[in-house]
Design a protein around this ligand. Structure first.
Ligand SMILES: *Cc1c(COP(=O)(O)O)cnc(C)c1O
Length: 402
């Protein structure tokens, strides 16, 4: 089998007749002209056999959809204007009044906020489960449970769950699973085939990806995708997508198409630099705990190793530290302010390193037992020279914690 790195470069795009450039064209359209009334009545966009309106797809969006299916091992793809819109599309499509959705307690914050806001207002209930305890998930599934969200590693705290076991629990109860696969990005593990070579395949039903992060790679595009391996499930999601009008712009699609061939290379570079910095932080007395799934004592390390070792043992570009409780919030804020290369800002996957201090207590149902007490700061490692980043961390520790 050809490596994904190669497949992301050699794609099946067919250039227009007589113009054999391998890079896909950028087609922009709202209106698409029909040859006659019969075509207008009969052309079908839902199965991609024809073009009918810009919002329903262009050669440019179809090309990116195909590329993302290749990346994640899916069969159908929807593009949305942000990762969060992709999450919302799944929820709005699959949940009705009286249904319940289960979300891991360490999930991407706005996913939890959607459940606490709009979903709750519409009579859709939610529970937050402990992602590190599949029995906790099993105990919370009820006849009302329609959807279970999964995330690996968890946002901010980077615990790595036993993804296979969580999926098995849901499958045994006939509940749909949706993975927020932004961290794994299709490179750390295969979301629809968690145990490659094992048949029948064990995988999630839906993979959601914030393309804003690694696929874009530039920190300049917002986009999301919803990928499936089931035509009828895709159709359900697609009809909601159409009714909500969640199209994406051709220039943004082009930016992602352009960045995809270098994605595996970038992901590996982020990964290597992040491991070096996380390991260095472990040697520093200022930190009570360093959270990064490839560190042997990080929560869920074994699950990460089991799941991701069939790839290159990849671990993305995020790590968090918990400062020793002897430091005040004021000192930790001063640390973040003293960083010169790590900029204060949300998101990740771009070339610039970023840092965010979090108030973890306000984000979780309770302080997780596997986390030491203290204040958490998350780093997103960019593509700068790792030695420069380490010097930056070192100088900020020295100037702010006195
Ligand atoms: C960034 C992110 C999202 C949302 O992506 P946006 O494009 O910023 O809306 C969703 N999930 C995770 C895990 C993310 O990191």
């Amino acid at each position: 089998m050809v490596d994904l790195t190669t497949t992301l470069i050699h794609h099946p795009y067919t250039p227009p007749e007589g113009f054999a450039a391998p890079q896909p064209g950028v087609f922009k359209a709202s209106t698409v002209i029909f040859p006659n009334v019969a075509a207008m009545r009969n052309f079908e966009w839902k199965d991609k056999t024809a073009y009918t309106y810009g919002l329903h797809g262009t050669p440019t969006t179809y090309t990116l959809e195909e590329r993302l299916c290749t990346l994640e091992g899916g069969l159908q793809c929807l593009l949305l204007p942000s990762g969060l819109a992709a999450i919302a599309n799944v929820a709005l499509s699959l949940l009705r009044t009286g249904d319940e959705v289960l979300i891991p307690d360490n999930a991407y914050g706005p996913n939890k906020a959607l459940a606490e806001g709009e979903l709750k207002a519409w009579g859709i209930t939610h529970q937050f489960y402990d992602p590190m305890n599949p029995q906790d998930l099993a105990a919370r599934i009820s006849p009302q449970t329609r959807l279970v969200w999964l995330e690996a590693a968890g946002s901010v705290t980077l615990e790595f769950p036993d993804l296979c076991e969580l999926v098995r629990v849901c499958k045994a109860r006939g509940v749909l699973t949706a993975l927020d696969n932004t961290w794994g990005a299709g490179l750390a593990f295969a979301p629809f085939d968690l145990l490659p070579g094992v048949s029948p395949a064990l995988g999630v039903d839906i993979s959601v990806h914030a393309l804003t992060k690694y696929p874009s790679g530039g920190g300049d595009v917002l986009m999301g995708s919803v990928i499936t391996r089931d035509a009828s499930l895709h159709m359900k999601l697609q009809l909601t997508h159409m009714r909500l009008g969640l199209g994406v712009g051709a220039n943004d699609v082009e930016a992602v198409l352009r960045a995809l061939p270098s994605m595996a290379l970038r992901y590996r570079a982020h990964d290597e630099a992040t491991r070096q910095l996380a390991a260095w932080c472990q040697t520093r007395a200022e930190f009570a705990q360093v959270l990064h799934p490839a560190l042997p004592d990080s929560p869920g390390h074994k699950h990460w190793r089991d799941l991701c070792s069939s790839g290159l043992g990849r671990a993305a570009g995020l790590f968090s530290v918990i400062f020793h409780p002897r430091y005040s919030q004021h000192q930790i804020d001063a640390f973040c302010d003293s960083l010169k290369l790590f900029k204060l800002g949300y998101s990740w996957g771009g070339p610039m390193s970023l840092v965010v201090p979090y108030d973890l207590a306000s984000m979780r149902s309770g302080w997780p037992t596997h986390l030491k007490p203290g204040t958490l700061v998350r780093f997103s490692v960019g593509l700068e020279a790792v030695a420069d980043l380490q010097i930056d961390l070192s100088q900020a520790l020295q100037t702010s914690l006195i």
